[in-house]
Design a protein around this ligand. Structure first.
Ligand code: BV8
Length: 245
């Protein structure tokens, strides 16, 4: 089975990697649905939705400040670094490489990944919670209130019930349609429309690889399963890419 994966990776013109919270578990950042995960302790509706924000903005902003602190103290792990190296080597070998992440922690960028499609936004930037046309675009180190309309600023993440950034998600869909190898890492694949991306790739004939210590609702759609953690599995996947660069 290892050879089949190695062969597919080296024959591929376009490799897509799709990551979820499990990617950052070995950096010490809690996932959402694992035992002890964020959604076990906090309700997503209360904390990751506009209704929750409007009901109690202080609580939501405090929660995100807590998560930002955890992220600031975390470092990219060997899995993040392997993906950044994979992007570099694919480019040198003339292969297309697309990284799509549901994560908002920007550890991929801190590990050196350059082209990152953040389908659920990021925690580094804040934007106006009202967002009229002339309000500030998302900014880092934002003030508490929108300099234009005075409304509270909020994290530039996609909350439940909110649309994903259209342009970013369209690019992620196109990449999934075009993928020769689609590697899904550390996601329970329960949150749509992002969780639809592996299904698009599968439908279009991609060779599907799942990196996850546990089975997921989508495991049956994968040709190759690596039941291991991302920080262990991804450096091994990287060694499969041949070609001296
Ligand atoms: C939308 C950002 C259109 C914020 C997140 C009712 C009304 C509206 C919409 C819906 C509705 N009912 C359902 C929906 C759709 C909804 C949805 O899918 N809900 C689910 C829960 C059923 N989706 C939405 O609302 C989306 N928007 O549909 O808009 C619309 C608009 C208006 C009206 C109708 C429709 C928006 C979804 C985005 C929500 N934002 N995050 C924040 O971070 O605070 S979601 C959140 O979940 C994160 O982004 C996270 O990445 C994502 C997915 O979770 P995972 O990453 O997979 O993490 P999880 O913990 O679940 O799994 C971790 C995995 O890692 C596990 O499998 C584990 O085994 C594995 N693992 C653990 N350790 C390791 C590991 N793997 C590898 N290595 C390890 N070491």
């Amino acid at each position: 089975m290892q050879n089949a994966l190695q062969e597919r990776i080296n024959q591929a013109n376009h490799i897509v990697v799709f990551t979820g919270a499990g990617m950052s578990a070995e950096s010490g950042i809690a996932t959402f649905r694992d035992p002890g995960g964020l959604w076990q302790r906090f309700s997503p509706q209360e904390l990751a939705s506009m209704d929750g924000f409007l009901a109690n903005p202080e609580r939501v902003l405090e929660w995100y400040e807590y998560r930002k602190k955890v992220i600031t103290e975390a470092n990219p792990n060997a899995g993040h670094k392997a993906i950044a190296e994979l992007e570099l080597r694919c480019r040198d070998l003339g292969k297309e490489f697309t990284l799509v992440t549901q994560n908002v922690d920007r550890l991929h960028q801190r590990a050196g990944s350059v082209n990152v499609l953040e389908v659920h936004g990021n925690l580094e930037e804040n934007k106006c919670s009202v967002g009229k046309s002339d309000c500030e675009k998302p900014i880092v180190d934002a003030p508490a209130n929108c300099p234009v309309c005075g409304a509270l600023m909020r994290p530039n993440v996609v909350w439940f019930g909110e649309n994903l950034p259209a342009e970013v998600f369209a690019k992620a869909e196109l990449a999934s349609q075009d993928a020769d190898v689609f590697i899904s890492v550390g996601t329970s694949a329960e949150v749509y429309p992002a969780a639809g991306l592996p299904l698009v790739a599968r439908q279009r004939g991609a060779y599907m690889v799942e990196v996850n210590p546990d089975e997921t609702v989508q495991s049956m759609y994968f040709h190759h399963t690596i039941r291991n953690t991302s920080a262990v599995a991804l450096p091994e996947v990287l060694t499969m890419l041949e070609g001296d660069v």
